[in-house]
Design a protein around this ligand. Structure first.
Ligand SMILES: C[S@@+](CC[C@H](N)C(=O)[O-])C[C@H]1O[C@@H](n2cnc3c(N)ncnc32)[C@H](O)[C@@H]1O
Length: 233
Protein backbone atom coordinates (compact mmCIF):
# COMPACT_ATOMS: atom_id res chain seq x y z
CA UNK A 1 0.00 0.00 0.00
CA UNK A 2 1.34 3.43 -0.96
CA UNK A 3 0.46 6.37 1.27
CA UNK A 4 -1.12 9.41 -0.45
CA UNK A 5 -0.43 12.66 1.35
CA UNK A 6 -2.56 15.81 1.61
CA UNK A 7 -1.12 18.92 -0.16
CA UNK A 8 0.13 20.21 3.24
CA UNK A 9 2.06 17.03 4.07
CA UNK A 10 3.25 16.74 0.47
CA UNK A 11 4.79 20.22 0.67
CA UNK A 12 6.55 19.20 3.89
CA UNK A 13 7.80 15.96 2.30
CA UNK A 14 9.20 17.98 -0.63
CA UNK A 15 11.24 20.06 1.82
CA UNK A 16 12.65 16.94 3.51
CA UNK A 17 13.52 15.11 0.27
CA UNK A 18 17.13 14.03 -0.13
CA UNK A 19 17.96 13.59 3.53
CA UNK A 20 19.66 10.52 4.98
CA UNK A 21 17.86 10.49 8.32
CA UNK A 22 14.93 12.41 9.73
CA UNK A 23 12.75 12.66 12.83
CA UNK A 24 9.07 13.53 12.72
CA UNK A 25 8.25 15.14 16.08
CA UNK A 26 4.51 14.94 16.80
CA UNK A 27 4.05 12.31 14.11
CA UNK A 28 0.47 11.33 15.06
CA UNK A 29 -0.63 8.90 12.29
CA UNK A 30 2.96 8.47 11.05
CA UNK A 31 2.03 9.14 7.41
CA UNK A 32 4.94 11.50 6.77
CA UNK A 33 7.84 9.18 7.76
CA UNK A 34 6.11 6.25 6.03
CA UNK A 35 5.73 8.25 2.81
CA UNK A 36 9.32 9.52 2.97
CA UNK A 37 10.74 6.02 3.42
CA UNK A 38 8.44 4.42 0.84
CA UNK A 39 9.52 7.00 -1.73
CA UNK A 40 13.24 6.86 -0.84
CA UNK A 41 13.19 10.51 0.24
CA UNK A 42 15.00 9.50 3.44
CA UNK A 43 16.91 6.33 4.28
CA UNK A 44 15.68 6.14 7.85
CA UNK A 45 13.21 7.90 10.14
CA UNK A 46 12.25 8.31 13.78
CA UNK A 47 8.52 8.79 14.35
CA UNK A 48 7.94 10.38 17.72
CA UNK A 49 4.99 11.62 19.71
CA UNK A 50 4.37 12.71 23.27
CA UNK A 51 1.14 10.74 23.45
CA UNK A 52 0.87 6.96 23.46
CA UNK A 53 -2.36 6.79 21.41
CA UNK A 54 -1.07 8.53 18.26
CA UNK A 55 2.20 6.62 18.48
CA UNK A 56 0.24 3.37 18.50
CA UNK A 57 -1.45 4.46 15.23
CA UNK A 58 1.96 5.13 13.70
CA UNK A 59 3.31 1.78 14.97
CA UNK A 60 0.34 -0.03 13.38
CA UNK A 61 0.91 1.37 9.91
CA UNK A 62 4.69 0.92 10.15
CA UNK A 63 4.20 -2.74 11.07
CA UNK A 64 1.53 -3.31 8.38
CA UNK A 65 3.97 -2.02 5.77
CA UNK A 66 6.90 -3.90 7.36
CA UNK A 67 8.96 -0.74 7.69
CA UNK A 68 10.21 -1.40 11.25
CA UNK A 69 13.83 -1.62 10.07
CA UNK A 70 13.74 1.87 8.57
CA UNK A 71 11.33 3.64 10.97
CA UNK A 72 11.81 3.63 14.73
CA UNK A 73 9.12 4.99 17.05
CA UNK A 74 9.88 6.93 20.23
CA UNK A 75 7.57 8.19 22.97
CA UNK A 76 8.44 11.59 24.47
CA UNK A 77 8.12 15.34 24.24
CA UNK A 78 9.69 17.39 21.45
CA UNK A 79 13.39 17.05 20.77
CA UNK A 80 14.04 15.30 24.10
CA UNK A 81 13.76 11.98 22.22
CA UNK A 82 16.86 12.82 20.14
CA UNK A 83 20.59 13.10 20.81
CA UNK A 84 22.36 16.12 19.28
CA UNK A 85 23.35 15.30 15.70
CA UNK A 86 21.41 12.02 15.67
CA UNK A 87 19.37 12.92 12.56
CA UNK A 88 20.01 15.23 9.63
CA UNK A 89 16.48 16.66 9.37
CA UNK A 90 13.83 17.36 12.00
CA UNK A 91 10.18 17.98 11.13
CA UNK A 92 7.69 19.63 13.48
CA UNK A 93 4.37 20.01 11.70
CA UNK A 94 0.72 20.56 12.48
CA UNK A 95 1.46 22.17 15.86
CA UNK A 96 1.06 25.75 17.03
CA UNK A 97 3.93 28.15 16.38
CA UNK A 98 4.38 28.82 20.10
CA UNK A 99 4.68 25.11 20.90
CA UNK A 100 7.23 24.63 18.09
CA UNK A 101 9.23 27.59 19.42
CA UNK A 102 9.12 26.22 22.98
CA UNK A 103 10.21 22.75 21.85
CA UNK A 104 13.15 24.19 19.87
CA UNK A 105 14.17 26.31 22.85
CA UNK A 106 13.83 23.45 25.37
CA UNK A 107 16.44 21.34 23.50
CA UNK A 108 18.43 24.01 21.70
CA UNK A 109 21.49 21.70 21.76
CA UNK A 110 19.61 19.23 19.52
CA UNK A 111 18.10 21.97 17.33
CA UNK A 112 21.51 23.55 16.79
CA UNK A 113 23.05 20.24 15.68
CA UNK A 114 20.31 19.63 13.10
CA UNK A 115 21.20 20.34 9.48
CA UNK A 116 17.64 21.13 8.47
CA UNK A 117 14.51 22.03 10.44
CA UNK A 118 11.24 21.72 8.53
CA UNK A 119 8.59 23.57 10.53
CA UNK A 120 4.91 23.90 9.71
CA UNK A 121 3.26 26.07 12.35
CA UNK A 122 -0.56 26.19 12.25
CA UNK A 123 -0.53 29.72 13.71
CA UNK A 124 1.84 32.33 15.18
CA UNK A 125 4.17 32.03 12.18
CA UNK A 126 5.52 35.55 12.78
CA UNK A 127 6.44 34.72 16.39
CA UNK A 128 8.27 31.61 15.21
CA UNK A 129 10.22 33.53 12.54
CA UNK A 130 11.21 36.14 15.15
CA UNK A 131 12.40 33.36 17.45
CA UNK A 132 14.43 31.71 14.66
CA UNK A 133 16.13 35.03 13.87
CA UNK A 134 16.94 35.72 17.55
CA UNK A 135 18.05 32.15 18.35
CA UNK A 136 20.61 31.87 15.52
CA UNK A 137 18.76 30.13 12.70
CA UNK A 138 18.53 31.09 9.04
CA UNK A 139 15.48 30.42 6.89
CA UNK A 140 16.66 28.78 3.67
CA UNK A 141 13.30 27.99 2.06
CA UNK A 142 9.62 28.68 2.51
CA UNK A 143 6.72 26.79 0.97
CA UNK A 144 2.97 27.24 0.85
CA UNK A 145 0.24 24.63 0.46
CA UNK A 146 -3.50 25.12 0.09
CA UNK A 147 -6.28 22.86 1.31
CA UNK A 148 -9.75 24.32 0.74
CA UNK A 149 -9.66 27.84 2.18
CA UNK A 150 -6.61 27.32 4.38
CA UNK A 151 -3.09 28.18 3.28
CA UNK A 152 -0.30 26.46 5.21
CA UNK A 153 3.20 27.87 5.63
CA UNK A 154 6.25 25.58 5.71
CA UNK A 155 9.49 27.09 7.00
CA UNK A 156 12.86 25.42 6.37
CA UNK A 157 15.67 26.65 8.58
CA UNK A 158 19.20 25.74 9.60
CA UNK A 159 21.67 27.15 12.12
CA UNK A 160 22.96 30.48 10.81
CA UNK A 161 22.30 34.20 10.74
CA UNK A 162 19.50 36.17 9.10
CA UNK A 163 18.08 39.64 9.54
CA UNK A 164 14.53 40.66 8.68
CA UNK A 165 14.15 44.16 7.31
CA UNK A 166 10.45 44.78 7.94
CA UNK A 167 7.54 43.45 9.94
CA UNK A 168 5.67 42.04 6.96
CA UNK A 169 8.51 39.59 6.32
CA UNK A 170 7.83 37.95 9.69
CA UNK A 171 4.19 37.54 8.70
CA UNK A 172 4.61 36.45 5.10
CA UNK A 173 8.05 34.85 5.04
CA UNK A 174 10.60 36.60 2.88
CA UNK A 175 11.37 33.60 0.65
CA UNK A 176 7.97 33.40 -0.99
CA UNK A 177 7.56 37.15 -0.56
CA UNK A 178 10.60 37.84 -2.72
CA UNK A 179 9.86 34.98 -5.12
CA UNK A 180 6.19 35.97 -5.55
CA UNK A 181 5.09 32.42 -4.67
CA UNK A 182 1.94 31.48 -6.66
CA UNK A 183 -0.02 30.93 -3.43
CA UNK A 184 1.08 34.20 -1.82
CA UNK A 185 -2.10 36.01 -2.91
CA UNK A 186 -4.21 33.21 -1.42
CA UNK A 187 -2.25 33.51 1.85
CA UNK A 188 -2.75 37.28 1.91
CA UNK A 189 -6.49 36.94 1.18
CA UNK A 190 -6.81 34.49 4.06
CA UNK A 191 -4.94 36.86 6.40
CA UNK A 192 -7.11 39.80 5.30
CA UNK A 193 -10.23 37.72 5.99
CA UNK A 194 -9.01 36.82 9.52
CA UNK A 195 -8.00 40.42 10.29
CA UNK A 196 -11.40 41.65 9.05
CA UNK A 197 -13.05 39.41 11.64
CA UNK A 198 -10.99 41.18 14.32
CA UNK A 199 -11.89 44.60 12.92
CA UNK A 200 -15.59 43.69 12.97
CA UNK A 201 -15.48 42.33 16.51
CA UNK A 202 -13.61 45.36 17.92
CA UNK A 203 -15.30 48.13 15.91
CA UNK A 204 -16.86 50.79 18.15
CA UNK A 205 -15.58 49.18 21.38
CA UNK A 206 -14.32 51.70 23.91
CA UNK A 207 -11.74 49.67 25.88
CA UNK A 208 -8.09 50.56 25.22
CA UNK A 209 -7.27 46.94 24.31
CA UNK A 210 -10.08 46.74 21.72
CA UNK A 211 -9.21 50.13 20.25
CA UNK A 212 -5.53 49.11 19.91
CA UNK A 213 -6.51 45.80 18.32
CA UNK A 214 -8.85 47.56 15.88
CA UNK A 215 -6.08 50.00 14.89
CA UNK A 216 -3.43 47.28 14.47
CA UNK A 217 -5.69 45.06 12.38
CA UNK A 218 -6.88 47.95 10.20
CA UNK A 219 -3.27 48.97 9.54
CA UNK A 220 -2.25 45.39 8.82
CA UNK A 221 -5.08 45.02 6.27
CA UNK A 222 -3.85 48.19 4.54
CA UNK A 223 -0.30 46.81 4.32
CA UNK A 224 -1.54 43.46 3.04
CA UNK A 225 -3.56 45.20 0.33
CA UNK A 226 -0.43 47.12 -0.70
CA UNK A 227 1.48 43.82 -1.11
CA UNK A 228 -1.41 42.44 -3.16
CA UNK A 229 -1.23 45.46 -5.44
CA UNK A 230 2.55 45.02 -5.79
CA UNK A 231 2.05 41.32 -6.65
CA UNK A 232 -0.37 42.09 -9.44
CA UNK A 233 2.06 44.52 -11.14
C1 LIG B 1 -2.27 17.85 14.93
S1 LIG B 1 -1.14 16.57 15.13
C2 LIG B 1 -0.06 16.80 13.75
C3 LIG B 1 0.35 15.48 13.17
C4 LIG B 1 1.33 15.56 12.01
N1 LIG B 1 2.61 16.08 12.44
C5 LIG B 1 0.79 16.39 10.88
O1 LIG B 1 1.34 17.46 10.61
O2 LIG B 1 -0.21 15.97 10.26
C6 LIG B 1 -0.14 17.08 16.49
C7 LIG B 1 0.59 15.91 17.14
O3 LIG B 1 1.60 16.46 17.98
C8 LIG B 1 1.66 15.70 19.17
N2 LIG B 1 2.31 16.53 20.19
C9 LIG B 1 1.76 17.54 20.92
N3 LIG B 1 2.68 18.04 21.77
C10 LIG B 1 3.82 17.37 21.54
C11 LIG B 1 5.13 17.41 22.11
N4 LIG B 1 5.41 18.27 23.10
N5 LIG B 1 6.06 16.55 21.66
C12 LIG B 1 5.78 15.66 20.69
N6 LIG B 1 4.56 15.56 20.13
C13 LIG B 1 3.60 16.40 20.55
C14 LIG B 1 0.21 15.33 19.44
O4 LIG B 1 0.11 14.19 20.28
C15 LIG B 1 -0.30 15.05 18.02
O5 LIG B 1 -0.17 13.70 17.68
Amino acid sequence: MKIKLSPRLEAIAGCVDGTSSMADIGTDHGYLPVYLVENAMTASAIASDTNQQPLKKAEKIISELQLEKQIETRLGSGLSVLKPGEVETVVMAGMGGLLIRDLLEAQSDVAMETQKLVLQPMNNQAVLRKYLEAAGFRIIREELAQEENRVYQVIVAKPGKMVFTNDLEYQLGFEFYTQKHPLLTALIDRKIFLEQQIVLSTRGKTTAVAAKQWQESSLFIEKLNEVKKWLSN
